[in-house]
Design a protein. Structure first.
Length: 318
């Protein structure tokens, strides 16, 4: 990799959103460096414009390791410990990764004079929102430790931006889904159970709802924020079309043709009942109309070759 043209850095590059973002950047000819505790997948690591840096975002020597790649255009911070349930009993670990880690990586980005810093926040900040669709101005009242750490990390990013030393952007991601998603998320978990002929375990009320947002739209939104000349404040990346759990399961069964029993599990009280984000602000900035779950789910369940290989960009907006 040459060091003349600016690079894009992606923390958490081996994660679900990170892999899709990197693929999109590389497809457009960008030079990309991933920072993750895990090595990048072979499909990405073989690209001539890509470098995988295996390391901790809290490492004191990270800036030195990254400086050799040249000037930084966009610094996407996606790395985090995720999951509401997994945070139970792991408060210290989540705090170290999501809060301390964000503070350290902001300092690294400042030291390297990154042109722009884009932080992937979460809809978990809103908790049980009192307004639907939920605007960015809504009160932040997370119910889980995970949500609390993301809220604190977002405040760190805002504070860094207020100093004028780091040009920041904040995206609040709603339930992201797509090819090669985290196995613990509802859609891949339900698909796996169905294909193995096992009951679907529903750990939320059947009338609860989520604002499922396609990974390709999230990648487009993150890149849009990186391209803006001015900081618009926090931006929801939400489809704006919530789906009830019962409807999701019915839709998946109809598309797949596989009917298995549904078992109602115990609800975790830290889970919010529903999410429905307002995307008016994002669309006003130029974010294209996000795809609806009903339109994308058939392609995800019965994917063409490109989607099966994890290329969400193969499904274009339009």
């Amino acid at each position: 990799m040459n060091t003349e043209s600016p690079i894009d850095i992606v923390t958490g590059g081996s994660g679900f959103v990170g892999r899709h973002l990197i693929s999109s950047l590389l497809a457009d000819g960008a030079r990309v460096v991933s920072i993750d505790l895990r090595a990048a997948p072979a499909a990405i690591s073989s690209h001539p414009l890509f470098v995988s840096v295996v390391g901790d975002i809290r490492s004191a020597d990270l800036a030195t390791r990254l400086a050799r790649f040249g000037p930084i255009r966009s610094f996407y911070h996606l790395a985090a410990r995720t999951g509401v349930r997994a945070a139970q009993g792991s408060a210290a670990d989540y705090t170290l990764n999501n809060v301390v880690g964000t503070d350290r990586i902001c300092a690294t980005a400042e030291r390297l004079s990154a042109e722009r810093f884009i932080y992937a926040s979460s809809s978990s900040l809103y908790g049980d929102a009192g307004e639907f669709p939920t605007p960015e101005s809504a009160i932040l009242a997370p119910r889980s430790h995970y949500g609390t750490t993301k809220m604190l990390a977002e405040q760190i990013v805002r504070d860094r931006g207020a100093t004028g030393r780091l040009d920041v952007r904040i995206a609040r991601l709603f339930t992201v889904y797509g090819p090669d998603g985290r196995a613990s998320m509802a859609i891949p978990r339900f698909l796996t159970a169905s294909r193995r002929g096992r009951p679907i375990l529903a750990t939320a009320p059947m009338d609860s709802f989520r604002d499922y947002t396609w990974i390709g739209d999230v990648v487009t939104g993150l890149r849009l924020l990186a391209s803006l000349s001015n900081n618009p404040g926090p931006i929801n990346l939400a489809a704006g079309a919530p789906t009830r759990l019962a409807d999701l399961i019915t839709m998946m069964q109809r598309i797949s043709g596989i009917i298995v029993p549904v078992q109602q599990g115990e609800r975790d009280e830290r889970d919010v009942f529903g999410t429905h984000g307002s995307n008016e602000k994002a669309r006003a900035l130029g974010w294209e109309s996000p795809k609806r779950l009903a339109d994308v789910l058939p392609i995800m369940i019965n994917p063409p070759a490109a989607i099966a290989e994890g290329d969400a960009g193969a499904l274009k907006n339009g």
